[in-house]
Design a protein around this ligand. Sequence first.
Ligand code: 5CA
Length: 439
Amino acid sequence: MRLSQYFIPTLKENPTEAQIVSHRLMLRAGMIRQASAGIYSWLPLGYRVLKKIEQVVREEQDRAGCQEMLMPTIQSADLWRESGRYDDYGPEMLRIRDRHDRDMLFGPTNEEQITQIVRDNIKSYKDMPKLLYHIQWKFRDEVRPRFGVMRGREFLMKDAYSFDLDSAGARRSYNRFFVCYMRTFERLGLKAVPVRADTGPIGGNLSHEFLILADTGESEIGCHADFIDMDLRGADLDYDNEDDMQRTVDHVTSLYAAVDEQRDEETEKSLGDKLKVQRGIEVGHIFSFGTKYTAAMGAVVNGPDGESTELECGSYGIGVSRLVAGIIEASHDENGIIWPESVAPFKVGLINLKANDEDCTSACDDLYKRLTKAGVEVLYDDREGRAGVKFADMDLIGLPWQLIIGPRGLKSGVVELKNRQSSERQEISIDEAFAQLAG
Ligand code: 5CA
């Protein structure tokens, strides 16, 4: 993509309405614009990141054996009357009436919708278990939408649902998502701490929140220092081995982690210098709630003994749009965003230091074409203008690599490759730069 043609309305000044760094940087880098309170448009750069995160989340759901589908944003109120949540949900639910005077709503979550689908289409124990998910916009009329997409009213969520024949099966599904979440957040370059949690309006008896550590987080957590060093990505986790998974989950949950009023003074004292107290952002939440919805809505299957059996369920959410802000909170410096490579909107920012110099421009154009052809995503700053502005913009946007090409270097056959994260700079030949980035 040529920057001269890209729609990326960057801002030099800090917008006054933004109280936290991710909100400031998302506005300044031209990623989002507010449409109304807690509702945002995603501009091209922001949308690329949103899609990248969505894709990592999707790949890890698929790997865990969960099947993607898509349910609507608008749901019927009658469905929610069946579960009893139409009245319970209160003013957070956006209620709509259609032209036939039927009560509808913009879904804040989809337990009822998926339970209806399973109830109407699965009749036998032989079709169990089922793990299903979708990635869809939600609406919650939050009292205080704030911090940009961190706490929006409209937001993108991955929500998955598990259906099992019995509680042992439900526990296996829960473990599977637990492990899947550890892997997902690791791939996104985040340290996420699983914390035992309240189930709130979703209900149930077993629940964990996943929090990433950031000073601007809305919750205070106390946790064992081992969470900070834990690395599950390299672990050879095998979803087919239930015992392995239970071991992993047991190990992780045996370490102390508690949030806000659930923190325990005595345990924290006993941890000594192993205790980490930090603020956190909730990026995921998993629940096991037994037959709460299936019983209310009559979702049963014929069991092996011919008896009808209520299904045991769980639901598993990840805040996809919140993660865009969460990753920035966890990864930035005074100059701007530092994207982990797995979700960066482009891998490389190619800076032409002298766009009115024919040789320099032809070298840049050439390399841009070669890299693009090799499948490398490049944002090419081909604008005329001052080098300082280009450096500042590129640092603000935060692509993992900057490739800086100027007439002086070219004379001696070198270009500069800068790593945004480490600020390390290398002077190398064009071919070496190409090999490093395309390799
Ligand atoms: N049905 C369950 C799980 S599928 C559920 O709705 N869980 S939740 O309420 O905890 O939401 C799941 C995730 O969505 C949260 O962990 C959070 O990351 C994200 N989320 C919730 N509310 C908002 C919001 N107002 N803005 C942005 N993200 C949100």
